[in-house]
Design a protein around this ligand. Structure first.
Ligand code: UDX
Ligand code: UDX
Length: 464
């Protein structure tokens, strides 16, 4: 079959895989190929067990793989054969040199740009899909502009706003698609080609265009604003615990103000995931770089509150369990950074587990999708850790449950049965305010939510 267009994506990760699957699904007349330097990852995309868990992804891969969606290893050939190239390689926080701990590490992006340059024999549109600091496109353009001969490259920015766990519905029905370009004739022509792809299934008014720098910055700012809401509500949860106010009631009352809105106001153990912390640190670095220290400090406080929230949760466990966890068994229900994903990158569960191990507690980890990643994360940690998928078996013989991920299945657990199998007094620390606290208290548990009065049989609450 002759395809209308050939599209390539470099980087078969959480973003590259699902977003290309959606384009292939919506544009059956386009050929979409995804490559990655990690060959094992490509094998996994070609197997029955995909490297990324997302509701609805399996079905779309089944429909498209081998028809107009391909996962391939021959990166150089693919660069030659495709005209539109998405770049979705990872851009982690730099761990060395200038900006270490804050700036984005752009080495993979630069390597990819050089690879594109080296193997291109015809003009290409190169699209940044990775989240990047403002002005990265300039570096990309400069590298690509060093092409000998007549090959031209147009660089576009098309940040991906989908969230993990709801990637497929977000991709199918996004709030907006943002495409940034240079405002030159060739930049605008390239932009129009990308608009054409999305226009296949996204209403025109949701496809917005901007200059390339606004596009790059908008992604960082969107993530910073979302994370800031979580830190804002989490900061107030600390105050609720001191004043007998209830954070869910406060969030509902505040969120009903149309100017504020109700989303991202769920108090929690803190935000995790590969993006929020990385992108805010990146924003902080950019602000400092441009001499805007007050602005940098403002955004850095969002991360500080997130760390504070995790420390508070841990202090609550320790304080309420009589200030000693040595030899006690704690069951962690949920290790993924949010529900409906197996991803554990920056998950608060990693931090909490390490704190528990430091107190010489024995940790039993349960999660329906993230146990494999949890075992990788904790491979070098010393202490007693076990991984048990079945929550009933995991909880049996434990002194406490710590609910760290809002998996729907935890709402439906038979807590009576769990209580019977646990050591008494049995505790629940609900880091997501997710289960029925009153019911669990009535069963016999001492229940400690976030930002709400504890339901405890012990009178003097230690102050944390
Ligand atoms: C990544 C970025 O981290 C994020 O900022 C951006 O918004 C989208 O891309 P994600 O897809 O979650 O997010 O990252 P990851 O799952 O690590 O996937 C990146 C892939 O790129 C990896 O499979 C890696 O092997 C691949 N890669 C990396 C290349 O193919 N070539 C490289 O040079 C470097
Ligand atoms: C985020 C952005 O939402 C998405 O637009 C961007 O493309 C990538 O980064 P993601 O990290 O996948 O997506 O998940 P998200 O739903 O934003 O959740 C991030 C973290 O915040 C999770 O740990 C989640 O549990 C937490 N969270 C979210 C809260 O604690 N409370 C809330 O009310 C919402």
């Amino acid at each position: 079959m002759k395809f209308k267009k050939n599209i390539l994506c470099i980087g078969a990760g959480y973003v590259g895989g699902p977003s290309m699957a959606m384009i292939a699904h919506k544009c059956p007349d386009y050929r979409v190929t995804v490559v990655d330097i990690n060959k094992a990852r490509i094998d996994a995309w070609n197997s029955a067990e995909l490297p990324v868990y997302e509701p609805g992804l399996d079905a779309i891969i089944k429909k498209t793989r081998g028809k107009n969606l391909f996962f391939a290893k021959d990166i150089e050939n693919q660069i030659q054969e495709n005209d539109i190239i998405f770049v979705s390689v990872n851009t982690p926080t730099k761990t060395f040199g200038a900006g270490a701990g804050k700036a984005a590490d752009l080495q993979f992006l630069e390597k990819t740009a050089r690879q594109i340059l080296e193997h291109s024999q015809s003009p290409k549109i190169v699209i940044e899909k990775s989240t990047l600091p403002v002005k990265t496109a300039l570096a990309m353009e400069r590298i690509l502009a060093s092409a000998k001969g007549k090959i031209t490259f147009d660089v576009l920015s098309n940040p991906e706003f989908m969230a993990e766990g709801s990637a497929m519905t977000d991709l199918e029905n996004p709030d907006r698609v943002l495409i940034g370009s240079r405002e030159t004739q060739s930049g605008l022509t390239a932009r129009a080609q990308l608009v054409d792809i999305y226009a296949r299934w996204i209403p025109a008014e949701k496809i917005i265009t901007s200059n390339i720098w606004s596009s790059e910055l908008s992604k960082l700012v969107a993530n910073a604003f979302l994370a800031q809401r979580v830190s804002s509500i989490n900061s107030i949860s600390a105050l609720c615990e001191k004043t007998d106010a209830d954070i869910s009631e406060v969030a509902r009352a505040v969120g009903m103000d149309g100017r504020i809105g109700s989303k991202f106001l769920k108090a929690s153990i803190g935000f995790g995931g590969s993006c929020f912390k990385k992108d805010i640190l990146n924003l902080v670095y950019l602000c400092s770089y441009y001499g805007l220290q007050e602005v940098a400090d403002y955004w850095e406080s969002v991360i500080k509150i997130n760390e504070y929230q995790q420390d508070r949760f841990m202090a609550n466990i320790l304080g309420n369990m009589f200030n000693t966890l040595a030899g006690k068994k704690i069951c962690i229900l949920g290790f993924a950074f949010k529900a409906d994903t197996g991803d554990t990158r920056e998950s608060p569960a990693v931090y909490i587990t390490r704190k528990l191990l430091a107190e010489h507690a024995e940790v039993v980890i349960s999660d329906p999708k993230a146990l494999k990643n949890a075992a990788i994360d904790l491979a070098h940690d010393e202490g007693k850790i076990s991984y048990i998928e079945d929550p009933y078996r995991a909880a049996s013989g434990c002194h406490a449950l710590a609910i760290l991920t809002d998996w729907e299945l935890y709402k439906k657990l038979d807590f009576q049965k769990i209580y019977k199998s646990m050591i008494k007094p049995a505790f629940i620390f609900d880091g997501r305010n997710f289960i029925d606290h009153k019911k669990c208290f009535d069963i016999g548990f001492n229940v400690y939510p976030i930002g709400k009065p504890a339901l405890s049989r012990f009178e003097d609450q230690p102050s944390v």
